[in-house]
Design a protein. Structure first.
Length: 202
Protein backbone atom coordinates (compact mmCIF):
# COMPACT_ATOMS: atom_id res chain seq x y z
CA UNK A 1 0.00 0.00 0.00
CA UNK A 2 1.15 3.54 -0.70
CA UNK A 3 1.24 5.64 2.44
CA UNK A 4 -1.73 7.87 3.18
CA UNK A 5 0.48 10.80 4.27
CA UNK A 6 0.85 13.12 1.28
CA UNK A 7 1.39 16.87 0.84
CA UNK A 8 -1.69 19.06 0.39
CA UNK A 9 -2.00 21.49 -2.53
CA UNK A 10 -3.74 24.85 -2.32
CA UNK A 11 -4.18 26.99 -5.44
CA UNK A 12 -4.46 30.78 -5.71
CA UNK A 13 -6.33 31.88 -8.83
CA UNK A 14 -5.04 34.53 -11.18
CA UNK A 15 -1.38 34.15 -10.35
CA UNK A 16 -0.29 34.60 -13.94
CA UNK A 17 -1.72 36.05 -17.10
CA UNK A 18 -3.51 33.78 -19.50
CA UNK A 19 -1.25 32.35 -22.18
CA UNK A 20 1.96 33.17 -20.34
CA UNK A 21 2.71 29.62 -19.22
CA UNK A 22 3.81 27.18 -21.89
CA UNK A 23 4.30 24.25 -19.55
CA UNK A 24 2.54 23.43 -16.30
CA UNK A 25 2.56 20.46 -13.95
CA UNK A 26 -0.96 19.05 -13.96
CA UNK A 27 -0.32 16.15 -11.59
CA UNK A 28 2.23 13.83 -10.02
CA UNK A 29 1.40 10.15 -9.61
CA UNK A 30 3.02 7.34 -7.66
CA UNK A 31 2.24 3.77 -8.68
CA UNK A 32 2.86 0.79 -6.45
CA UNK A 33 3.37 -2.76 -7.71
CA UNK A 34 -0.29 -3.60 -7.12
CA UNK A 35 -1.36 -0.87 -9.51
CA UNK A 36 -2.62 1.50 -6.85
CA UNK A 37 -2.14 5.16 -7.71
CA UNK A 38 -1.43 7.97 -5.30
CA UNK A 39 -2.25 11.28 -7.07
CA UNK A 40 -1.14 14.81 -6.30
CA UNK A 41 -3.08 17.11 -8.61
CA UNK A 42 -2.33 20.77 -9.20
CA UNK A 43 -4.59 23.66 -10.19
CA UNK A 44 -3.56 24.94 -13.59
CA UNK A 45 -2.95 28.66 -13.96
CA UNK A 46 -2.67 29.16 -10.21
CA UNK A 47 0.08 29.40 -7.65
CA UNK A 48 0.02 26.04 -5.89
CA UNK A 49 1.14 26.05 -2.26
CA UNK A 50 2.15 22.61 -1.00
CA UNK A 51 1.86 21.98 2.71
CA UNK A 52 2.29 18.92 4.86
CA UNK A 53 3.88 17.51 7.96
CA UNK A 54 7.50 16.43 8.02
CA UNK A 55 7.98 13.15 6.16
CA UNK A 56 5.06 13.58 3.77
CA UNK A 57 7.37 13.93 0.75
CA UNK A 58 7.35 17.65 -0.03
CA UNK A 59 11.09 17.79 -0.72
CA UNK A 60 10.78 14.80 -3.06
CA UNK A 61 8.41 16.50 -5.51
CA UNK A 62 11.03 18.57 -7.38
CA UNK A 63 13.34 15.55 -7.89
CA UNK A 64 10.38 13.49 -9.17
CA UNK A 65 9.48 16.21 -11.69
CA UNK A 66 13.12 16.58 -12.73
CA UNK A 67 13.52 12.81 -13.11
CA UNK A 68 10.43 12.64 -15.35
CA UNK A 69 11.68 15.61 -17.40
CA UNK A 70 14.54 13.45 -18.62
CA UNK A 71 17.20 13.42 -15.93
CA UNK A 72 18.82 9.99 -15.92
CA UNK A 73 21.03 10.37 -12.86
CA UNK A 74 20.17 10.02 -9.19
CA UNK A 75 17.91 12.78 -7.97
CA UNK A 76 15.19 11.13 -5.90
CA UNK A 77 16.47 10.23 -2.45
CA UNK A 78 14.24 7.53 -1.01
CA UNK A 79 14.98 4.84 1.50
CA UNK A 80 15.19 1.26 0.22
CA UNK A 81 11.82 0.32 1.69
CA UNK A 82 9.95 3.07 -0.15
CA UNK A 83 11.85 2.44 -3.39
CA UNK A 84 10.78 -1.19 -3.23
CA UNK A 85 7.11 -0.13 -2.90
CA UNK A 86 7.01 2.32 -5.82
CA UNK A 87 6.77 0.83 -9.30
CA UNK A 88 6.55 4.07 -11.30
CA UNK A 89 7.04 7.79 -10.76
CA UNK A 90 4.81 9.73 -13.16
CA UNK A 91 4.17 13.36 -14.05
CA UNK A 92 1.44 14.82 -16.25
CA UNK A 93 2.71 17.92 -18.09
CA UNK A 94 0.22 20.39 -19.57
CA UNK A 95 1.17 22.34 -22.70
CA UNK A 96 -0.85 24.76 -24.79
CA UNK A 97 -2.21 22.16 -27.20
CA UNK A 98 -1.60 18.78 -25.57
CA UNK A 99 -0.36 16.84 -22.56
CA UNK A 100 2.59 14.55 -21.93
CA UNK A 101 2.27 11.73 -19.42
CA UNK A 102 5.76 10.55 -18.50
CA UNK A 103 6.48 7.67 -16.15
CA UNK A 104 9.82 6.25 -15.03
CA UNK A 105 10.70 3.32 -12.78
CA UNK A 106 12.79 3.92 -9.62
CA UNK A 107 16.57 3.85 -9.88
CA UNK A 108 16.86 1.22 -7.16
CA UNK A 109 20.60 0.38 -7.05
CA UNK A 110 21.41 1.81 -10.48
CA UNK A 111 23.41 5.02 -10.90
CA UNK A 112 21.26 6.16 -13.81
CA UNK A 113 18.16 5.07 -15.65
CA UNK A 114 17.01 6.49 -18.97
CA UNK A 115 14.09 4.21 -19.81
CA UNK A 116 10.64 5.78 -19.68
CA UNK A 117 7.00 5.50 -20.66
CA UNK A 118 5.59 8.36 -22.74
CA UNK A 119 1.98 9.03 -23.69
CA UNK A 120 0.83 12.06 -25.68
CA UNK A 121 -2.76 13.26 -25.81
CA UNK A 122 -5.13 16.17 -25.24
CA UNK A 123 -6.81 14.90 -22.04
CA UNK A 124 -4.88 12.10 -20.37
CA UNK A 125 -6.06 10.21 -17.32
CA UNK A 126 -3.45 8.17 -15.43
CA UNK A 127 -3.36 4.84 -17.26
CA UNK A 128 -3.66 1.56 -15.35
CA UNK A 129 -0.32 0.03 -14.49
CA UNK A 130 -0.80 -2.81 -16.96
CA UNK A 131 -0.80 -0.24 -19.78
CA UNK A 132 2.52 1.27 -18.69
CA UNK A 133 5.69 -0.17 -20.20
CA UNK A 134 9.00 1.15 -21.49
CA UNK A 135 8.46 2.83 -24.86
CA UNK A 136 10.80 5.83 -24.74
CA UNK A 137 13.92 7.26 -23.11
CA UNK A 138 15.23 10.46 -21.55
CA UNK A 139 16.66 11.85 -24.78
CA UNK A 140 13.29 11.54 -26.54
CA UNK A 141 11.48 13.04 -23.56
CA UNK A 142 13.77 16.07 -23.47
CA UNK A 143 13.26 16.52 -27.20
CA UNK A 144 9.47 16.40 -26.87
CA UNK A 145 9.44 18.93 -24.04
CA UNK A 146 12.04 21.20 -25.66
CA UNK A 147 10.13 21.29 -28.94
CA UNK A 148 6.96 22.36 -27.16
CA UNK A 149 8.85 25.09 -25.32
CA UNK A 150 10.53 26.35 -28.47
CA UNK A 151 14.08 25.53 -27.34
CA UNK A 152 16.06 24.90 -30.53
CA UNK A 153 19.17 27.03 -30.21
CA UNK A 154 22.65 25.62 -30.65
CA UNK A 155 25.21 26.86 -28.15
CA UNK A 156 28.88 27.28 -29.04
CA UNK A 157 30.96 27.25 -25.87
CA UNK A 158 33.84 29.55 -26.87
CA UNK A 159 36.10 30.49 -29.76
CA UNK A 160 39.02 28.46 -28.41
CA UNK A 161 36.94 25.28 -28.76
CA UNK A 162 38.00 24.04 -25.34
CA UNK A 163 34.63 22.40 -24.92
CA UNK A 164 32.32 20.72 -27.41
CA UNK A 165 29.31 22.38 -28.96
CA UNK A 166 26.00 21.05 -27.76
CA UNK A 167 22.30 21.59 -28.29
CA UNK A 168 20.46 23.58 -25.68
CA UNK A 169 17.34 21.83 -24.44
CA UNK A 170 15.13 21.67 -21.39
CA UNK A 171 18.03 20.00 -19.56
CA UNK A 172 19.70 23.39 -19.09
CA UNK A 173 16.40 25.14 -18.34
CA UNK A 174 15.93 23.06 -15.19
CA UNK A 175 18.52 25.16 -13.35
CA UNK A 176 16.25 28.19 -13.77
CA UNK A 177 12.93 26.37 -13.24
CA UNK A 178 13.51 24.82 -9.83
CA UNK A 179 14.34 26.37 -6.49
CA UNK A 180 14.54 24.18 -3.41
CA UNK A 181 14.78 25.15 0.25
CA UNK A 182 18.60 24.98 0.21
CA UNK A 183 18.73 27.80 -2.35
CA UNK A 184 16.18 29.92 -0.52
CA UNK A 185 18.12 29.80 2.74
CA UNK A 186 21.61 30.07 1.20
CA UNK A 187 23.58 33.32 0.86
CA UNK A 188 25.93 31.74 -1.72
CA UNK A 189 23.70 29.75 -4.10
CA UNK A 190 21.54 31.30 -6.80
CA UNK A 191 20.70 28.44 -9.15
CA UNK A 192 19.32 24.96 -8.62
CA UNK A 193 22.04 22.29 -8.10
CA UNK A 194 24.70 25.01 -8.41
CA UNK A 195 26.83 23.37 -5.72
CA UNK A 196 27.02 19.99 -7.47
CA UNK A 197 30.19 18.91 -9.34
CA UNK A 198 30.41 19.86 -13.05
CA UNK A 199 27.19 21.88 -13.01
CA UNK A 200 29.14 25.03 -13.92
CA UNK A 201 30.31 23.43 -17.18
CA UNK A 202 26.77 22.34 -17.94
Amino acid sequence: MLGSRMPTVFGRHGASGKGNLKMQIAAIYLYNHFGEIRPLEFKLGDVNIITGAQGTGKSTLIPIIEYCMGRSGPSIKLDDELQSVIAWFAVLFQFQDDQLFIAKPPLMNQKSRAEAFLKIGTRISPPPIEDISINSNDEAIRAEISRRLGIFHKFIADEDRTTKDYELDVDQARFFIFQDSNIITSDKLVFYRQDEPYIYQT
